[in-house]
Write a new protein. Sequence first.
Length: 344
Amino acid sequence: MNPLIWSTLIMTLTTSTIITMSSNHWLLAWLGLELNTLSILPIIMKSHHPRATEATTKYFLMQATAATMILLASIMNAWQTGQWAIQHTTPTTTLLVTMAIMLKLGLAPTHLWYPQVLQGVTMNTALVISTWQKIAPLTLLYMTHHSLNHTILLLFGLASALIGGWAGLNQTQTRMIMAFSSISHMGWLITAMTLNPDLTTLTMITYMTMTIATFMPTSTMSKTITDMGTTWPTSPATLTATMITLMSLGGLPPLTGFMPKWLILKELSSTGLTMIATLILMASLPSLFFYIRLAYLTMLTTPPTTTNTEYKWRFKLPQPPHTTAMIMMTVLMLPLTATLYTTT
């Protein structure tokens, strides 16, 4: 792609998210979301593969539907209240907007498009869809936080955590596993939204750090679990770090990924929602299982295609310079829990 077109798309993608985040008017927020969708579509379609075209079509249809629902909700709100301010919303409007945002974020039960889109794109585009594209819809949830229906959000969060775990058990493709992992993490994030917006910010930052740290090494390595096992002779250090990152993504205690889950469970228990806390904790076990299976198949079993030599003759792997920093943050930030919780 022409560098000028590419830089324009990236700039529009960034600007559109900032427009939505800084808007106080429903139409401006909707405009930002539409710009966001339109600027990501050529990036998804860049590989010119039939699967990429299919992914682009699905992504466009879902995002357009959600944006139309937000536009309908804002018009209804203006009709009932006489103003377009995001802070002044009626319960009906908020419910419709919540449903649209859930569709945009790919939460269960409106999640079926999300794994299919991620499977049809490159790893770097999948990373953008999993991280940056979630910021604008979540900002709208923050802005309407005072009038959100907490019961609906808790149900969405619990359903996403359950489905993200269960559906990921049957997957062999790395991107599909990451897609269901993202659905599961979004479930935890939406649960945090009902309790405390500050905790949601911390959860989102942690999720984005862990996802970037997982996607970066795997983008240069492989597409399936079995492919991943053959990369050990190519770069043992990268693969070991990636597996520890996966453990953090699953939420194992010594690692950073345990932090948001720990704080969310603490908030749920102190609010008196013990049953929800127990269910969402049990829902995280299947996703932890498929992370451990990925680590086991990659590091502890030797596939027949691996060469007999200890190391392959290799060139330097083209790893981005900030991969190391992201992996360190994903693994070692748990002792900073108190500081991070009070500053976000």
